[in-house]
Design a protein around this ligand. Structure first.
Ligand SMILES: CC(C)(COP(=O)(O)OP(=O)(O)OC[C@H]1O[C@@H](n2cnc3c(N)ncnc32)[C@H](O)[C@@H]1OP(=O)(O)O)[C@@H](O)C(=O)NCCC(=O)NCCS
Length: 175
């Protein structure tokens, strides 16, 4: 049976191994982080949750005050909400080996983090690379609407175009 629960610090090593597999399988994250643990354990998180299937970690999601530079501003402009009334969904991934079995790991994690953000009085938003049609289709299916694009420049100078999506409001109203 699948269980969603808050992330513990002793989950991080196993989650880092899972994310490394996701990186090889899906190219997420786009640029390989120096440390997968540090990528997951960013200091400013509002919360982080895992999906556990029969004791095995099969997915992860977190909430943060901000996403990529420029994303929050785009969302603020389109909603007229203050930063404290918005929350970014970050680090969402599911185990590629468990996706086909119909557990709906991604959908359940997304619903969970949305509910947590609403509970904090924050409307969800996120960014996703425009080169990822799969996740973009997934977010659209779940009521997220694109509000614009922003460009992230890595220290190497490589640029990544990101689509910024606003999630449904508390009442489940589409963006
Ligand atoms: C995006 C991701 C989290 C979705 O998780 P998942 O466990 O595959 O999703 P689910 O099984 O819950 O699928 C839910 C729905 O989304 C759809 N969906 C999921 N992945 C999809 C894809 N790649 N393309 C199109 N639709 C997709 C499913 O068909 C399903 O639709 P249904 O409700 O009509 O049956 C997962 O594919 C993943 O980890 N991708 C790599 C990491 C990543 O890119 N994360 C996003 C960073 S912004």
């Amino acid at each position: 049976m699948m269980l969603l629960r808050p992330r513990r610090s002793d989950d991080l090593e196993r989650l880092a191994e899972l994310l490394e597999r996701v990186h090889r399988h899906d190219g997420y994250p786009r640029s390989r982080p120096g440390s997968f643990v540090a990528f997951l354990d960013r200091a400013d998180l509002l919360g982080a949750w895992v999906a556990e299937l029969d004791g095995q970690l099969v997915g992860h999601v977190a909430a943060a005050p901000e996403a990529a530079p420029g994303a929050l501003e785009l969302v603020q402009r389109s909603t007229e909400r203050s930063a404290d009334d918005l929350g970014a969904i970050v680090r969402l991934f599911s185990d590629p080996d468990h996706r086909a079995a119909g557990h709906r790991i991604g959908a359940q994690l997304l619903a969970h983090v949305q509910a947590e953000l609403w509970r904090m009085g924050r409307r969800p938003f996120l960014d996703v690379t425009t080169a990822s049609p799969g996740p973009i289709a997934f977010y659209r299916t779940h009521g997220f609407l694109e509000v614009g694009t922003t460009t992230h420049t890595f220290p190497s100078g490589v640029e990544l175009e990101l689509a910024v999506f606003l999630g449904p409001d508390l009442e489940g109203k589409p963006a």
